[in-house]
Write a new protein. Structure first.
Length: 164
């Protein structure tokens, strides 16, 4: 299994949550500014992380950006994806980037897009005319196919793979 570092960043650019891989890669990072922790170089062809990047992503629907390169580290892919007013930052060693996973169904993609908007299962179900339990089943299938432990990690991985 690839060790994906996943962090949830609030609108001010502060890291709210970080998985074990993120803590192992960056040390204690919760409460710190994402740009100070991740330190991407040549991101988006605009010169690297900056204080406003989180706000630029968080305020645009379906905003996603991806770059390769961390300052002072081996090549990594960094993907930042808007998720319900926050940003999910995923860092994957470039040599370990996964190949395209088992194909997601159109319904699974549809559910995942709504998960990326930050909607809970019951609201997604109402929007799609299915039950919340069926939504949770779709999310579980997506998580299995993407080898993700959480909904946020599934969104980040799908984004990194160009599935969203």
């Amino acid at each position: 299994m690839v060790a994906h570092a996943v962090m949830i960043v609030d609108g001010s650019g502060r890291i709210e949550r970080a998985n074990a891989a993120a803590r192992a890669m960056f040390g204690p990072c919760v409460g710190r500014h994402c740009g100070d922790v991740v330190r991407v170089r040549d991101v988006f062809r605009e010169g690297g992380c900056r204080a406003t990047c989180v706000n630029e992503l968080a305020c645009v629907d379906d905003a996603t950006r991806s770059a390769v390169g961390l300052v002072g580290k081996a090549p990594h892919r960094v993907t930042c994806a808007g998720l319900g007013g926050k940003v999910v930052v995923t860092v994957t060693p470039a040599g370990d980037l996964p190949t395209a996973p088992e194909r997601l169904t159109e319904r699974e993609r549809e559910v995942l897009r709504l998960v990326a908007e930050g909607l809970p299962s019951d609201r997604i179900g109402r929007r799609l005319g299915i039950s919340g339990a069926t939504v949770r089943t779709h999310v579980e299938h997506v998580r299995e196919k993407l080898d993700a432990r959480t909904r946020a990690e599934a969104v980040a991985r799908a984004t990194a793979l160009g599935l969203l």
